[in-house]
Design a protein around this ligand. Structure first.
Ligand code: G6P
Ligand code: MG
Length: 483
């Protein structure tokens, strides 16, 4: 059996909300459905979430739901005529007092009063993900006066970033706070926080999530220059999160595209080092918004992320608003499988030189060492409550599938994000203690994952239903009678 290890996150939107398209996305290999809280109403998100869960269940699939908070993206207001065209050398102003719906060829309103305070003469401002660039020439009490360096169209509500970062809006807006409550109500599996500056933004989000009664794992979107300024900043943010996203759109604008490839590799490496899952996002298949096949450059980009050992690759507009959402998921799945054949996808450096912090981590890492070095091991069974044990296992490169055996819906969905991890619904407490190993292996025999003569590794703790309790690794010979 060939398992695709790298997971696919696809954003749902107008192009992918009908039951027909959603069903096809799920059959094409969707692992995590992303709901973008920057667009759409709570009712729309709820309807999509319900459909995803229904259709996944219909096909015996486990698809996680990820809500993505809008965050404090700083945006311009509106133009009187929707859109203007700027040329190099044009003068243009951002004003905190200009009417919000009456932008002109010379000036547009901005809803972020601190912009004037945060910016100085000589700063470069990037609009619409860098498509238009201006330099600040003069700072007045209520406006920035700029000159256009790269011209192009500018339309309503386009985002604005500063080269080098440092615009200091707090990470959670009032809308985000309301959406954290919505996420709890919807029992989302993951919640992505946009533009966190440091660990304290993630801690605050965690507090709000807890107060709302949610259990979503928190994903830090790495998209500010400050977040990657040095290892201390990056690692602090990673450690305060459950997973991270390489959010290449805003990040690329702030640090410059030339830095992006190196930073992507670093974020993935560091996330894995701290036992966190990581998603690589933005423009991976951009041309597929209008084309049924990706460019060679896009194929290379997805494959590069796979070789970097990302847990998941993500589609944004390609699946939310594009003409070929199903083809985009299929293409991603195909490219991931291809790149996973490469030896660097399967070989591990085993954290040589590291010490382990906990018993369950030690068992998880010993399991991977054995799986990679004992010929004949075809699968790993991890009895898990929260998904933590398979998460740690999947930080190590391997070609052996990791099967998270758990009775919990939340965990079944959550592990959908982890590279090389698949789930089997299973409650060890429902069997006599001496029948658990046999019962678990039988599930794999039934699914055709293993056959008699194969080896399987199983991990568990002394009692059932104790997260963090794993202290045992068993090596089982399929076909023997097991206890
Ligand atoms: C299941 C097993 C226990 C194990 C636990 C680990 O409940 O039956 O024996 O200790 O999972 O869960 P974790 O959340 O730490 O992966
Ligand atoms: Mg972003």
């Amino acid at each position: 059996m060939t398992f695709r290890r790298t997971k696919i996150v696809a954003t749902l939107g107008p192009a992918s909300s009908s039951p027909e398209v959603l069903e096809q996305l799920i059959l094409a290999g969707l692992d995590v459905a992303r709901l973008n809280f920057s667009h759409g109403t709570p009712e729309e998100h709820k309807a999509r979430a319900r459909l995803v869960r229904e259709l996944a269940a219909k096909h015996g699939r486990f698809v996680a739901l990820l809500g993505d908070l809008q965050g404090p993206k700083i945006r311009i207001a509106k133009f009187a005529n929707k859109r203007i065209e700027l040329a190099v050398g044009d003068r243009f102003r951002f004003s905190t007092s200009h009417p919000r719906d009456a932008g002109t060829q010379e000036v547009v309103g901005i809803d972020y009063p601190d912009l004037v305070k945060d910016c100085g003469v000589g700063d470069e401002l990037l609009l619409d993900d860098g498509r238009v660039v201006m330099r600040v020439e003069e700072v007045a009490a209520d406006e920035l006066r700029c000159v256009v360096l790269i011209g192009g169209p500018l339309s309503d509500h386009k985002g604005i970033n500063r080269r080098g970062g440092g615009l200091t809006a707090p990470a959670l807006t009032e809308k985000d706070k309301a959406d954290i409550k919505l996420a709890a109500e919807m029992e989302l599996d993951y919640l992505a926080v946009s533009f966190p500056r440091d660990a304290s933004d993630m801690e605050y989000a965690r507090k709000l999530r807890d107060e709302a009664g949610g259990s979503a794992w928190l994903v830090a979107k790495i998209e500010r220059a400050e977040a990657v300024a040095d290892d201390e900043a990056l690692d602090g943010l990673i450690r305060a999160s459950d997973a991270v996203m390489v959010a290449r759109g805003d990040l690329g604008v702030e640090i410059g595209d030339a830095e992006l490839v190196g930073i992507q590799k670093k974020i993935i490496l560091h996330a894995r080092r701290y036992n966190k899952a990581v998603i690589t996002a933005t423009q991976m298949m951009e041309s597929m918004i209008h084309s049924p096949m990706p460019t060679r450059a896009e194929v290379s980009d997805v494959a590069n992320a796979v070789l970097d050992y990302t847990d998941a690759v993500m589609l944004s507009a390609e699946s939310a608003a594009g003409e070929y959402p199903v083809e985009a998921v299929k293409a991603m799945a195909r490219i991931c499988l291809g790149a996973e054949k490469h030896p660097t996808s399967q070989k591990s450096s085993h954290r040589l030189g590291h010490t382990f912090e906990r018993c369950d981590q030690s068992v998880a890492l010993a399991t991977m060492y054995t799986a990679n070095h004992f010929p004949g091991v075809k699968a790993i069974i991890s009895l898990t409550e929260s998904g933590y044990s398979p998460l740690v296992m999947s930080r190590i490169r391997s070609s052996v599938p990791i099967l998270a055996f758990t009775p919990h819906r939340e965990t079944q969905a959550r592990v959908a994000l982890f590279r090389g991890v698949y789930t089997v619904p299973f409650d060890p407490a429902a069997l006599p203690a001496d029948k658990v190993s046999q019962g678990a292996v039988d599930e794999l025999l039934k699914r055709g994952v293993v056959e008699p003569g194969d080896w399987v590794i199983l991990t568990k703790g002394d009692s059932y239903h104790t997260t963090g309790g794993t202290n045992t690794m068993k090596i089982l010979h399929v076909g023997d009678s097991l206890v």
